[in-house]
Design a protein around this ligand. Structure first.
Ligand SMILES: [Zn+2]
Length: 104
C-alpha cells in the first residue's frame, strides 16, 4: 500500500492540521483538509485525522486496514465536513479579504 496517513489518533484538544493527512509516495498531500475523520467505538469517538475531498476514499480504506490490524479502535468511520477555515476570524479590511478569497 503506497498511501499512508501521517497522524494516528489525536486528542480533541490538539489543533487540527492545516493539511490533508495523506502521504502518497512519500509526499504529503498539500490540499487543505475538508473532512475530519473519526472512529466511533462503543461510546467513545477517536479522531484519526483529516483529509481532503480527493483522498476521502483512500483514508476510508486505510482506516479499515488499520482497524483490521488493530492499530486503531474498531468502530464506525465518520467523516465530518470542516467549515471553511476561520472566515469569521479574519480581521482585515474588505479589500484584503477579496484577495484572500479569489472565488468571490
Ligand atoms: Zn489529500
Amino acid at each position: 500500500m503506497h498511501i499512508d496517513i501521517s497522524c494516528s489518533i489525536m486528542c480533541n484538544s490538539e489543533m487540527l492540521p492545516d493539511r490533508c493527512a495523506i502521504i502518497h509516495n512519500k509526499r504529503r498531500c498539500s490540499n487543505p483538509p475538508e473532512f475530519v475523520v473519526s472512529v466511533t467505538s462503543d461510546n467513545d469517538e477517536y479522531m484519526v485525522g483529516v483529509t481532503c475531498a480527493t483522498h476521502r476514499d483512500d483514508v476510508s480504506k486505510k482506516v479499515t486496514y488499520l482497524q483490521l490490524h488493530n492499530k486503531i479502535p474498531k468502530g464506525v468511520i465518520k467523516f465530518v465536513k470542516l467549515h471553511p477555515v476561520g472566515t469569521d476570524c479574519i480581521r482585515a479590511d474588505p479589500d484584503d479579504r477579496i484577495q484572500l478569497d479569489p472565488f468571490k
